[in-house]
Design a protein around this ligand. Structure first.
Ligand SMILES: Cc1ncc(COP(=O)(O)O)c(C=O)c1O
Length: 269
């Protein structure tokens, strides 16, 4: 299996960066993650837009043009002989002389095995818990997941699938997913502010009757349906928030419809 580092393909187990990288020293860097499906990259333009936007905001120049980067991604799939996979592109702060100053970024592209949610999980739905937190620079796909990683123990102890961030009752997102609710009047809403603009969220926002807005913890608890979305999870129904059951405690029709439409869009792109 090959990875890519800056300007060359290397065996995955020989792809390394130096300890002086600002990613190691200060957690400074950005990334993006998307899927290869049947040898194609659905919505690649959206992921590249976000990657270059995050890089620009974090003052990290990308040495490759969009066309060069897309070419390397296709070459990597061919070299690895895999048609379905997860692809991660990381751009680090580089080898900093004083461990603080931004240097020349390292670009690392790696290929990963993908596991999508099981049919059983989608049929049953999941429990989530909540945590008071808001990400700094939420529009940037930063490599810093310190709170999410730290919360894993609490999630396991609570038997929860994920943890929803809120600040003083206004909800934003999960560490790695976006949130949608279906209100009692049937409207479908995702938080407008303080979130990463997920590509799955973007695709769902293009569906009829879906909008952005302010969402509170109370809205979530009173919702008819609640679900989370991401590239690797698509749309997963949530049937319990902390100790509160959502609706009748079973996945509803809207999330199933959204999932079908997402899968169709993925194959059509
Ligand atoms: C903070 C955050 N929100 C939402 C998402 C979901 O985004 P996407 O649909 O592009 O996978 C991610 C993905 O990793 C994320 O890190």
């Amino acid at each position: 299996m090959y990875s890519f580092l800056n300007n060359e393909f290397l065996p995955a187990d020989k792809t390394m960066v130096h300890v002086s990288d600002l990613a190691v020293q200060r957690g400074y860097g950005i990334f993006d993650f998307f899927k290869a499906v049947n040898g194609k990259f659905p919505f690649l333009n959206h992921y590249l837009d976000r990657f270059y936007r995050s890089a620009d905001f974090m003052q990290l120049p990308v040495s490759l043009s969009r066309e060069q980067l897309a070419g390397i991604l296709h070459e990597m799939l061919q070299k690895n002989g895999v048609a379905n996979a997860g692809i991660k592109m990381v751009l680090t702060g580089g080898y900093s002389p004083d461990g603080y100053e931004i240097a020349t970024p390292n670009l690392i592209i790696t290929q990963h095995t993908l596991t999508m949610p099981s049919a059983q999980l989608l049929e049953r739905g999941v429990k989530i818990i909540t945590h008071e937190f808001r990400r700094e620079m939420p529009l940037v796909k930063s490599i810093n997941y310190i709170t999410g990683v730290w919360l894993q123990r609490k999630m396991m102890e609570s038997n929860a699938y994920d943890v929803l961030y809120h600040l003083q009752g206004e909800v934003s997102e999960f560490p790695r997913c976006n949130l949608f609710i279906v209100k009692a009047d049937g409207s479908v809403i995702t938080p407008q502010a303080h979130v990463l603009e997920g590509i799955t969220r973007k695709n769902i926002l293009s569906m009829a009757g879906v909008t952005t807005g302010r969402v509170t913890l109370e809205d979530v608890i009173l919702a008819r349906e609640v679900f989370l979305t991401s590239t690797t999870k698509r749309a997963v129904p949530i049937v319990q928030v902390n100790d509160v059951r959502i609706g009748n405690g079973k996945p509803g029709p809207v999330v199933q419809q959204v999932l079908q439409e997402l899968m169709k869009k993925e194959l059509a792109d």
